[in-house]
Write a protein that binds this ligand. Structure first.
Ligand code: ADP
Length: 478
């Protein structure tokens, strides 16, 4: 069934892991590349901008302080920041110029360009940054030649008491391209190494993860072939460990069910064959031998027929209960009266067989239940008590108040009792403690299973207390 719902065959764990790892690494690398390569440029530009702006403030302060070593201080600022600086006084005269790197464009700047930049700075509130190839700004590259290298140009106009101070800064962004090239190489290497690593990791992880699953799968296949003693031993991960436990339990359950089914078939065939043999034998005898057609012989045939039909009824009932086809007919029923009637009936039925039936009651007790079904529960329990009470031959029925307003019915015998190990199993279908079929004790191993089904459909509490050699108390509270 389930294979019909599946739409595709999934990938092997190894490939899936590899794909996931590669995807993860690709995302990480993409982020790294994005940060390093693409953002590096703007980070660097921003930093240069900041340091140029703060250098402008510093130069303004130096200028205002009227120090005598003005040019020297400008030079050291330029040197520290690795950009060129030119400072013009209020009358447009060059006060100082610090050239600390090649390729500067501000030292031989023509008046027109300077005026242009000055105008732009004034337009933008006193400062103007320019970046890029600077096409159009002529410099010492030679007349008619233009700078194509990427540079940052900054002009700051500060108003001082003695007039405007114009500062020109010029820095290269070229280190960025160098760093970028180095980083690209590094990242390329890292990407290759990580991809190889992802492949290896995927292999190792897949092996570690899939091996125990493959082991469990192999064992499970054995289980489907009926090898119930197969052991699931996976313990590398908690999940596999728990799965193994569950499958070990499943194997045990399957084994038990199969054994019970075999037992049931053996029991039922025995139970069917014995009455059939008797019926055939008696009928032939009555047909062939004169005088044998007696009411007693006829009764044997009738008894055996009844036994047969009760067996068949048990089977039909159980299959009905288990399929949920049986509906309950709930009404108020006097349990006390029901039990009393039952005891009377058994006393009559077993008259002359030295059985003692004791009934102990709190008096009339009404409960809501399906009378026919509850009667069947009582019959099944009493039949068992009769079958298993041994030489004591006493069956006690007791009606008392149970817990939570329920009424409690107990069927007690002082027979062989039930071993502790068997107790949790006896309500299971087909379960018989005594595997060797014993004609003296009738039963198919279905009685308690029917009891369980009926009581559960009533929402009743039920169980058994038993000790080997001392007898059993089967009870239910409804
Ligand atoms: P069966 O038809 O074999 O009696 P049941 O389902 O009624 O089947 O009972 C299941 C098994 O539980 C029995 O085979 C028997 O071994 C055990 N059992 C049931 N009732 C008693 C009891 N009163 N004393 C001892 N064993 C019992």
């Amino acid at each position: 069934m389930s294979s019909n719902i599946r739409t595709h065959r999934p990938l092997k764990m190894r490939f899936k892991l590899f794909a996931n790892l590669i995807f993860f690494i690709a995302i990480a690398l993409l982020l790294l590349w994005g940060m390093q390569i693409f953002l590096l440029d703007s980070f660097y530009y921003q930093l240069t901008k900041n340091s140029m702006a703060s250098a402008a403030t510093e130069i303004e302060e130096i200028y205002v302080s009227g120090t005598s070593d003005f040019s020297q201080r400008i030079y050291s600022i330029a040197l520290n920041n690795e950009f060129c600086v030119s400072v013009f006084g209020p009358d447009g005269k060059l006060l100082s110029s610090a050239n600390v790197g090649g390729g500067c464009i501000i030292h031989n700047i023509d008046d027109k360009t300077l005026n242009d930049l000055y105008g732009k700075a004034l337009d933008e509130g006193g400062e103007y940054f320019h970046r890029a190839g600077l096409a159009g700004f002529q410099n010492n590259a030679g007349p008619g030649k233009y700078i194509v290298r990427d540079r940052i140009l900054y002009i700051s106009v500060r108003e001082t008491a003695s007039g405007s101070l114009i500062m020109l800064f010029d820095g290269a962004t070229s280190p960025v391209s160098l760093i970028k090239a180095v980083l690209t190489m590094h990242l390329l290497l890292v990407s290759i190494v990580l991809s190889i690593f992802a492949g290896l990791m995927a292999n190792v992880l897949a092996k570690n993860l899939s091996q125990p699953i493959a082991d469990v799968n192999r064992a499970a296949k054995k289980l489907t072939n009926g090898e119930y003693n197969v052991q699931f031993t996976g313990e590398s991960y908690l999940e596999i460990y728990e799965l193994s436990d569950t499958l070990n339990q499943t194997a045990k359950d399957l084994q038990r069910t199969e054994r019970m089914q075999k037992d049931l078939i053996a029991n039922i065939s025995h139970d069917l064959r014995t009455p059939l043999t008797l019926i055939t034998g008696y009928c032939e005898m009555m047909r062939d031998i004169e005088g044998e057609n007696t009411p007693e012989n006829m009764q044997v045939v009738l008894d055996e027929t009844a036994r047969l039909s009760s067996l068949v009824n048990d089977l039909i009932d159980l299959s009905k209960y288990e399929s949920g086809a049986q509906k309950l007919d709930i009404a108020s029923v006097d349990l006390d009266f029901l039990l009393l009637e039952t005891v009377e009936r058994y006393r009559k039925l077993m008259a002359g067989k030295e059985y003692t039936f004791v009934y102990d009651s709190v008096g009339p007790t009404f409960v809501n239940c399906d009378k026919k079904r509850i009667l069947q529960v009582i019959y099944n329990l009493v039949n068992n008590a009769i079958n298993y009470c041994g030489d004591d031959k006493t069956v006690i029925l007791r009606l008392t108040d149970g817990e939570n307003g329920r009424k409690r019915v107990e069927v007690i015998d002082h027979g062989a009792g039930i071993a502790k190990d068997d107790l949790p199993l006896i309500f299971d279908r087909y379960y018989k403690v005594d595997k060797v079929h014993n004609r003296a004790i009738t039963g198919t191993g279905l009685g308690l299973s029917i009891v369980k089904n009926i009581l559960e459909s009533h929402g009743a509490v039920y169980g058994v207390q038993s000790e080997l050699g001392k007898g059993s108390v089967f009870y239910f509270e409804i």
